[in-house]
Design a protein around this ligand. Structure first.
Ligand code: SF4
Ligand code: SF4
Length: 414
């Protein structure tokens, strides 16, 4: 191991005063009551390993791998221990010593390659349109091929036009545009969340922004980063930084908080400082959509992804934005609900914990109290929607911006 990296890990570990204030906020500790499954315990394990007091072992790797990287501990920590980066850095050091399961490796390889994503999209369309999905599930084909955990996440089919690289503002001649923004679509946007992509474009152009969608953008690299594959995550970061350097953009808009929190932490400050979640961007710009929106008489429950509340820390913007919809009955999930268990590829690696956390959320949700469950992160949405389908609970899971765009009046020029 590189001695310099070891010293860096020790310096961060030393900044933890072992007070334990983070423990009640940690989902894995809450459910196991095992100190090794807590933030403080994991820091102590890495400290002991870096000191040479603890050898690398499957047990050590498992305790670190079972961390969701939800960063609830980081938010609660009075000593401001940069826990998320600390775990990422440790995982990068031991990357060669562990092999993630097949489904997690498959997902990581697909999302970082545009050709693979395109082929997968065509395959999924065929799979769903020709009713093969239902038949395959009945015959337990995904289980036989070891793909059940991945297959359950497939969303309902979405029809979408081909994505262009530029959408001009829909302004009248009397009004100037508000400027240019870039849209980060991410690997999952086009594949599994095209309505969010086009809703974002609709809203942004409607309120006066020109939207650029750089063609050479790629996956944000979160899956690779959190797995410890630093070479891949660095390569993807460079590709995205270059893709968005062409335009004079006042902001780079992310529509999945998991991607957004990763993009915000790229080393290139000119890029990362411009990244904003769509809801936060609209609220920062004091965009008032209320006169453009049709009333919605529906019960809407807001799910705040960990990457939004503990990473980006902009969950309040989503509330303010949704409150612009006339007559909306908006509630938020109680504070006791921790991470939903999706956490990137976590649900593929730690099925039991992911299901326990999901069940907690589903147990307090019912079609009687909720028409829509809105979430700003596609990974959480797919995981929660799969859980709802499996429990035959008819609740739509959508992005907040989709809810807004569906309420846009037809005469929508600014
Ligand atoms: S709250 Fe911070 S300082 Fe206290 S034990 Fe947790 S990580 Fe360490
Ligand atoms: S990131 Fe989340 S799961 Fe990991 S130690 Fe912190 S609170 Fe626990």
């Amino acid at each position: 191991m590189n001695q310099n990296n070891k010293q860096k890990l020790l310096a961060v570990a030393d900044s933890c005063v072992k007070c334990g204030l983070c423990l009640p906020h940690c989902p894995t500790y809450t459910h196991t009551q095992n100190e090794n499954e807590s933030p403080r315990g994991r820091i102590a394990l890495i400290q002991a390993w870096s000191n040479g007091q603890l050898p690398i072992s499957p047990n050590l790797l498992n305790h670190i791998d079972s961390c969701l990287l939800c960063r609830a501990c980081e938010k609660a920590c009075p000593a401001v221990v940069p826990y998320g980066k600390f775990i990422d850095d440790f995982r990068a050091e031991v990357h060669e010593d562990k092999k993630p399961p097949f489904t997690a490796r498959l997902l990581k390889n697909i999302v970082q390659n545009k050709n693979s994503l395109h082929i997968l999209k065509q395959t999924l369309n065929f799979y769903q349109k020709h009713n093969i999905q239902a038949l395959a599930r009945r015959l337990r084909v995904p289980t036989l091929f070891g793909l059940k955990k991945l297959e359950r996440l497939i969303p309902l089919p979405q029809e979408a036009p081909i994505l262009q690289t530029y959408y001009p503002a829909k302004t009248t001649k009397k009004k100037e545009t508000k400027g240019d923004v870039g849209l980060f679509v991410g690997c999952m946007g086009e594949l599994a969340d095209s309505e969010t992509v086009f809703s974002t474009i609709d809203i942004l152009t409607c309120v006066g922004f020109n939207v650029h969608v750089p063609q050479h953008q790629t996956c944000c690299g979160a899956l690779a980063l959190h797995e410890g594959d630093k070479n891949t995550s660095d390569h993807l970061a460079t590709q995205n930084t270059n893709a968005f350097s062409q335009e004079n953009l006042q902001a780079i808009i992310s529509i999945a908080s998991g991607c957004g929190s990763t993009l915000r932490e790229y080393n290139t400050v000119e890029f990362s400082s411009k990244v904003m979640d769509i809801s936060h961007f609209l609220m920062q710009k004091e965009i008032d959509l209320s006169n453009l929106l049709v009333a919605l008489k529906a019960k809407v429950t807001l799910h705040s992804p960990c990457s939004l509340k503990n990473g980006l820390r902009t969950e309040k913007s989503v509330v303010k934005l949704l409150q612009q919809i006339p007559q909306i009955a908006l509630t938020t999930l109680p504070e006791t609900i921790q991470c939903c268990g999706a956490a990137g590829s976590y649900s593929l690696r730690h099925e039991k914990m992911a299901q326990t956390l999901l069940d907690e959320l589903l147990d307090i949700t019912s079609p009687q109290s909720t028409d829509y469950l809105v979430s700003s992160n596609i990974g959480c949405s797919l995981h929660i929607a799969a859980g709802l389908r499996e429990k035959n609970m008819n609740i739509a899971v959508i992005h907040p911006i989709v809810l807004l765009a569906r309420q846009l009046k037809t005469a929508k020029a600014s």
